[in-house]
Design a protein around this ligand. Structure first.
Ligand code: NAD
Ligand code: ZN
Length: 360
């Protein structure tokens, strides 16, 4: 097929307080009393009863708290899957991720790996998953990544940081309750929100752009500008709007690709462990050459919200580490091709990337 036929999230709920409906939503999906629902929840909520008291637990249902300090790893998914297999009487009825992009990605990956043999690292790539995953539900508690709507789960493996991109990755159900984002720390709100802004910029300025991606990208881009540059929205309206911008930004890249900031921030992440949102900000701040107007806007947003980004993070790296970063970044060919066209290798050389990394 020359045109890709993408699956989408089949069911979605939107609304403040809609998290309260979780029990009703998943009840019909319970396979048996012995087949539990497993919740993968960010450990930031461990003693937060406002959230945890509303997680419906019956029979053998279980909450697994995971840290989002580091981005999800293939080995972490393998361990979770093994733990679930050892501790459940039957294959679970479903996996429910509650948190930011990290928890959403973990939930998607665990749902896939419970029905597919072998190690998670072997599925990093495009369309390598053979069997449909378990029923899986995503409940974002911070907005921006678009992980709630995307066809990928981004994982760091032994040799690469790459998603499991497959038709079985998207959630079967998403609950969008913007109220859940109310306690996100300000810096993190900015970093993850900018991930959405950058998705739009990279999609809208890419060579892969088409009317499908453009319509979603335009919408999220306008929403981000209103949220981060104007004072027209109440706090609640801004939370609602950012949750939808995240969704649209994610939809925009389904049918196109991200670009330079993502290609370079994957390198930072692999070598330094820099997290996605802040990593994209650190890189994007130096990309005037590629996205001149939008980098100006980004700097205005940064100033308005008094965000200070770390500097000199690559200054003391060995040549070997910088080379690894460059290698990881250059391996993301579709991102570069989207950003700069088929002849991208003429402009993007290891030397060029080294110069850019050393500025960061
Ligand atoms: P995150 O999940 O890493 O969370 C960031 C921080 O915010 C954490 O400290 C977390 O504990 C905290 N947090 C989250 N919700 C909170 C709340 N309501 N109150 C207080 N604190 C809260 O952040 P993220 O930026 O959403 O996700 C980044 C991850 O998403 C990366 O692993 C990245 O690779 C992945 N990602 C995936 C996709 C995709 O399509 N699958 C797209 C972009 C990014
Ligand atoms: Zn991103």
């Amino acid at each position: 097929m020359s045109y890709k036929n993408f699956p989408m999230v089949s069911n979605v709920i939107f609304g403040r307080g809609s998290f309260n409906q979780l029990s009703e939503v998943i009840a019909p999906k319970r396979l048996s009393m012995k087949a539990p629902f497993i919740y993968i929840v960010d450990d930031v909520f461990k003693s937060n009863s406002w959230i945890t008291s509303r997680i419906p637990l019956s029979y053998d249902d279980r909450i697994i708290y995971e840290s989002s300090k580091e981005e999800p790893k293939t080995s972490q998914v393998d361990k979770l899957v093994e733990d679930i297999i050892l501790n459940c009487k039957e294959r679970p009825s479903g996996i429910i991720g509650i948190g930011g992009g990290s928890m959403l990605d973990l939930a998607k990956a665990v749902a896939i790996m419970l029905t597919n043999k072998g190690e998670t690292k072997d599925y990093q790539g495009w369309d390598l998953v053979k069997n449909p995953g378990l029923y899986h539900v995503g409940i974002p508690t911070i907005s921006g990544t678009g992980a709630e709507v995307s066809r990928t789960t981004v994982l760091t493996g032994p040799t690469k940081k790459l998603g499991i991109n497959s038709d079985f990755t998207p959630f079967d159900q998403v609950i969008l309750d913007p109220e859940l984002t109310k306690d996100v720390p300000k810096d993190q709100w900015f970093y993850t929100g900018m991930d959405c802004f950058i998705h739009c910029v990279e999609s809208l300025n890419g060579t892969y752009l088409n009317a499908f991606s453009k319509s979603y990208g335009d919408m999220a881009y306008t929403q981000c500008k209103e949220i981060f540059l104007e004072d027209s929205l109440s706090l609640e309206a801004a939370q609602d709007q950012l949750m939808m911008a995240s969704w649209h930004g994610g939809m925009s890249i389904v049918y196109s690709q991200v670009g330079v900031a993502h290609a370079m921030s994957y390198g930072l992440s692999f070598v330094l462990g820099t997290k996605h949102g802040i990593g994209n900000c650190i890189v994007f701040n130096h990309l005037e050459e590629f996205y001149p107007e939008d980098v100006k806007l980004f700097k205005a947003m940064k100033l308005k919200h008094n965000i200070k980004l770390p500097t000199g993070i690559c200054a003391n790296l060995s040549d070997k580490d910088i080379d690894t970063m460059i290698k990881i970044s250059l391996s993301l060919e579709p991102l570069w091709e989207n950003a700069l066209g088929k002849n991208w290798k003429k402009t993007i050389t290891p030397k060029k990337l080294r110069q850019l990394y050393l500025k960061m």
